[in-house]
Write a protein that binds this ligand. Sequence first.
Ligand code: S3P
Length: 450
Amino acid sequence: MPISDSLVTVEITEYQHSLSINRPASGLSLQGRVRVPGDKSISHRALMLGAIAQGETQIQGLLLGEDPRSTASCFRAMGAEISELNTELVRVQGIGLGKLKEPVDMLNAGNSGTTMRLMLGLLASHPDRLFVMTGDSSLRSRPMSRVVKPLQQMGAQIWGRQGGSLAPLAIQGQILKPIHYHSPIASAQVKSCILLAALMAEGQTTVTEPALSRDHSERMLKAFGAELSLEPETHSVTITGPAQLSGQKVVVPGDISSAAFWLVAGAIVPGSELLIENVGINPTRTGVLQALSMMGADIQLENQRDVTGESVADLRVRSGSLKGCTIAGDLIPQLIDEIPILAVAAVFAQGKTVIRDAAELRVKESDRITVMATQLNRLGARVTELSDGLEITGGMPLCGTDVDSHADHRIAMSLAIAALNATGTTTIHGAEAAAISYPDFIATLQRVCG
Ligand code: S3P
């Protein structure tokens, strides 16, 4: 059954949504204000810390995507009372540290790596309880050894396919001991998993990473009352257990990873101007702004303010010409989720863009290096796959055709933005994946193209 207007058509079949974008021959421009949904990383953490704290946590602006829904349903299954999810006010009645109940069935993290990896730390530290965790086919193929190994060093007992590296995973909770873990990768999921496991371990646990990853866990754990110290020069964080956590009020800012789609759309579609309101600009997340600024994009930060421990601003983007650049090194963890949409920006930039040091993209919801290269090339772009990134020669004209999200939300939305500058009709199969992090994406696209 197609829902359509002249520009955007959604075809819904039993299995898939196909999103068709029919760019008018006369072109289009994007105008207006956009409010992006709540930050996914902060939404997960607010639900989790709320569930294990003492007393009530109130969350405003929660992301209503599929991923936080998975987190909420797992914690409900372990005894936490979480009110119906909405953006106005979600109340979480914390059951207290160490009090999660043994669930009567498997915990299902759906598509969400953050749910599975962060929860593993918490579950491993609940003695005398057995937990079994699974997820969808994408999550069951993603590496879990990166968190299982440090947890085992703390004394955790975890079993899974391929030596404990793939879900489903069984976790027999234990009293854990503190460690100093030198993570081989800059990953907020690894760091957060260990910090959550350490909440009940007696003594000091330190995580050192090769580059700084997003620090929402550190900020929120401190706000909930944990004793935490940071050593920025060595990218280290130390937590002292056992912690005392008490419920808080959390206001979730808009997700800069969702704002990135409109930043790039506004930059590449000629004649556009968009104001993206209430976007979280935590410095560990703003790599996308740095990368777009290197490409020459016209983006201004307005109305900067602080909201419950996180910086927020409105972002104004105006279209203009872009130039290629190199994105690599320590900047990568600060824009890791935005690389698919930055690749789209690069396709419309003059000259070459090189993205390196981003091998992590191969183990996201899909292999984002291969999928972005193949799908953009189908549209006529010139993209070469590197082992750890992409090389993109910008300025090739794109021509609409059928492309596939590979069930990856960020790929679906990135391809939709690319389609705005492709001639004719582009059909994105598997566009329903956008609901993982941005349920209103298609409606917003229709409105700003209006
Ligand atoms: C996230 C951390 C990142 C990111 C993911 C969310 C988090 O993963 O890609 O979408 O909320 O901690 P890694 O920590 O594996 O890089």
